[in-house]
Design a protein around this ligand. Structure first.
Ligand code: SF4
Length: 200
């Protein structure tokens, strides 16, 4: 399996959710991990966590039979880590069959997958492959007991994950605040605006 070289000085692995933050603005993961600036907890985040807890409790085999892995072993909230990608994280659910593994993430909302969510989920898939030593062909985003999105873990998406993970590692290894293409509209909704002296 192809791997990204670890930039010199980079921590070995970084939280996978930083991929999503990096897509919004490359400064955000740098502020949070290198400077230790914490993001305030938002009400919608707590709502999402609660939804996740409820869904995890309600998950049943008949619900997951739709994924074609109804005989798979369940691994709830597995810790996954890939030094090759420079990422780690806790997935919601890994379904481990005899010849493949799939990852399921639970999301508040009725549907639609953003690029950052897609990348993060695909990264979980790549980490699950290494962790369980089985191929991962698909990953799933579960919106509720009925709605879900199936994402094929093909070559193009794998390449995109590796490129994004490599970029994240390079950002985190840098000794200076990264350049940012963020627009004024993005900055006005960002909790780190006070830390950006070159904005407004
Ligand atoms: S204020 Fe703008 S440039 Fe600064 S971290 Fe937020 S989005 Fe990025």
């Amino acid at each position: 399996m192809e791997s990204n070289p670890q930039p010199e000085g980079a921590k070995e692995t970084w939280p996978v959710n930083l991929l999503r933050q990096m897509l919004f603005c490359p400064r955000i993961p740098w502020f949070r991990e290198v400077l230790g600036l914490a993001a305030p907890s938002q009400p919608w985040m707590r709502q999402g966590e609660r939804f996740q807890e409820v869904m995890e409790q309600r998950l049943e085999r008949r619900v997951l039979a739709r994924f074609g892995l109804d005989d798979a072993a369940w691994h709830k909230r597995p810790f996954l880590r890939s030094p090759a990608l420079g990422l780690h994280g806790i997935a919601d659910l890994a379904l481990v069959g005899t010849d493949r593994v799939a990852v399921v993430e639970i999301k508040l909302g009725s549907g639609g997958v953003r690029r950052g969510e897609r990348l993060q989920l695909a990264a979980y898939g790549l980490m699950a492959e290494a962790h369980f030593a089985l191929p991962c062909r698909e990953v799933f985003l579960l919106f509720g007991e009925r709605g879900f999105e199936r994402i094929t873990l093909g070559d193009a998406l794998r390449k995109e994950v590796r490129a994004a993970a490599g970029r994240l590692c390079a950002i985190m290894a840098a000794q200076r605040v990264p350049d940012s293409p963020a627009t004024a509209a993005q900055c006005t909704q960002c909790e780190h605006l006070n830390a950006c002296n070159d904005r407004f």
